[in-house]
Design a protein around this ligand. Structure first.
Ligand code: ZN
Length: 448
């Protein structure tokens, strides 16, 4: 398989069920839909966490957050971990990172190992960088490097709060189906605001999609499209009141704010936060169609490493391997982990084809106020969900035999990850943020 370009596109906070190629009723993504017809579309892809930084680190290292150790806003990538650009550089690719968000930048050491790095950050430039500006930078870099094989990571944040799109390109302004299904008339104001948020989100997806169309056109113009390995994915989803949290106990709703309810991401690993789109176009469009196997973000590194022929032990499996009928692959477990700060509980979701097991690890809560500790104690320690499909879930926490086996499996994975972390001699970084970065992260809702 001849590969001249490896391109990973990430739309921050993009949930698959808001893309038309993942059956959304609105036509948000006509350009991505066309790409999807020439690609493998993974319908059950999951992220390693519920917020940007741990997932970006997992994507670039192929390791679980419990191994690479970048889990809270205080953590940065260790210098001695092998990353994707290390692998592609070894095979003669010229590599570049185009990032619009501080969580995927030099501030957290995620630029390490790229030949070229474009920090298109608000805190550097002083305004929010649009998808169009990222595409311009990328195309001019491609022209300069036309004689090289290239590897590029493009991190777009138009679909991250506050959703970004040109105000003269509003495509969706009516009440969305999701909102019209909510029967809570006495919360009309909140419903109106939710409707506005969903419309803005969908408009930002439509704007992002148009820019993906421009990238594909450009790749075709310079004869790079056919031999490219092209991924479109996201780091996590977004919550839009999916769990009816308007009804949440008022004191808890106030405490958890948008992390637990109305809007946003981070915190508890709900389905709408950890399920991500994953579209992979192979060189020469060799295999196309839908794949329902469970796959996860760290599989992207393994896929690239396998296709290039690198001799590397990884935690994921190749996305091409999941297409074969090996029973072992179809019995796999995948893991998401989330810890929003040193003082928050750590959440785990361990999933296989049938079950989803949640754990809330409440160790190290001592830095919190008595009130916060009390509220965290109200959260259940663990629970088990049986799924027949994404939309049909049933709480079966009382099934002792099954929940015990999931507990055991998770304990085993946590222990294995800890051993791997020790073996890799991960060095902890202490980050000192400048005032501009601190302000930006606060605006995005990551620092208190
Ligand atoms: Zn993100």
């Amino acid at each position: 398989m001849e590969i001249n370009s490896i391109i990973i596109i990430i739309a921050d906070s993009l949930r698959p069920d808001h893309l038309s190629c993942y059956d959304y009723e609105r036509n948000t993504s006509p350009c991505i839909d066309i790409l999807a017809t020439e690609s493998l579309v993974f319908r059950n892809a999951y992220s390693q966490s519920t917020w940007t930084r741990p997932v970006a680190t997992s994507l670039l290292t192929g390791l679980y957050p419990g191994v690479h150790g970048v889990e809270t806003p205080e953590d940065a990538l260790s210098d001695n971990i092998v990353t994707l650009p290390n692998i592609t550089n070894e095979f003669g690719f010229r590599s570049a990172l185009f990032s619009t968000i501080e969580h995927v930048s030099h501030h957290v050491n995620l630029d390490k190992d790229f030949d070229d790095y474009f920090p298109l950050l608000w805190s550097e430039i002083g305004h929010k960088i649009t998808a169009c500006e990222v595409v311009e930078k990328f195309c001019s870099w491609l022209e300069k490097n036309k004689d090289f094989k290239i590897f590029a990571v493009l991190w777009f944040s138009d679909t991250h709060i506050p959703y970004n799109f040109p105000k003269d390109q509003v495509k969706f302004s009516k009440c969305s189906k999701e909102v019209s299904n909510i029967k809570l008339n006495h919360h009309r104001k909140k419903i109106e605001s939710l409707n506005k948020s969903i419309n803005n989100y969908d408009n930002s997806i439509s704007y992002f999609d148009k820019n993906i169309g421009d990238i594909i056109e450009f790749l075709k113009d310079i004869n790079r499209y056919s031999e490219s390995l092209f991924f479109i994915t996201s780091d996590h989803g977004e919550v839009f009141n999916d769990h009816g949290k308007f009804d949440f106990a008022p004191f808890l709703k106030h405490f958890f704010r948008n992390k637990y309810g109305i809007l946003g991401h981070g915190g508890f690993p709900y389905e709408e936060l950890i399920r991500i789109p994953l579209i992979m176009k192979l060189p020469e469009q060799q295999i196309v169609g839908n794949c329902n196997s469970l796959v996860e973000c760290i599989d992207i590194l393994t896929t690239i490493s396998t296709l290039l022929g690198a001799d590397l032990e990884t935690q994921g499996i190749s996305l091409l391997e999941v297409l074969n009928s090996d029973a072992k692959i179809h019995k796999r477990y995948i893991l998401s982990e989330s810890k929003m700060s040193k003082k928050h509980p750590k959440y785990y979701v361990l999933r296989n084809a049938q079950y989803k097991y949640f754990r809330c690890d409440k160790k190290n809560l001592n830095g919190n106020s008595i009130a916060k500790r009390f509220i965290y104690r109200l959260l259940p320690k663990d629970s088990l969900i049986f799924m027949t499909d994404i939309n049909n879930e049933k709480d079966i926490s009382s099934e002792k035999y099954i929940i015990d086996s999931m507990r055991e499996k998770l304990d085993f994975i946590i222990q294995t990850n800890k051993e791997l972390q020790d073996k890799l001699e991960i060095e902890k970084h202490n980050i000192i943020y400048s005032q501009e970065v601190k302000k930006r992260l606060k605006d995005l809702g990551y620092l208190e």
